[in-house]
Design a protein around this ligand. Structure first.
Ligand SMILES: [Zn+2]
Length: 93
């Protein structure tokens, strides 16, 4: 099951937009789902993922956005517990 809202949190508030893209990391042949995002938050998410990768918090690899409708979830590893909470407050240093 996919979450029903975007994974981005801005200024302490969860983005309530419905997810339009599944965010995943592609590492060789494996694909790891890390979250979902609405179209508006796509840029934020790719920036944030890059930071998390640098910090070693999530898998290294190429960030991929797949349209929610186009994806069959059974070919992607991971479940909701693996999702990162994308909290924008943390990147303000
Ligand atoms: Zn959003």
């Amino acid at each position: 099951m996919l979450p029903d809202k975007c994974s981005v949190m801005k200024e302490g508030k969860q983005c309530l937009s419905p997810p339009e893209f599944i965010v995943s990391i592609i590492d060789n042949k494996d694909e790891y789902m890390v979250g979902v995002t609405c179209a508006k938050c796509k840029e934020i998410v790719s920036g944030k993922i890059a930071i998390l990768q640098k910090e070693g918090k999530i898998h290294e690899g190429k960030i991929s956005f797949s349209e929610v409708k186009a994806v069959g979830t059974d070919c992607i590893h991971g479940d909701e517990e693996d999702f990162v909470q994308i909290d924008m407050n943390r990147s303000k240093n």
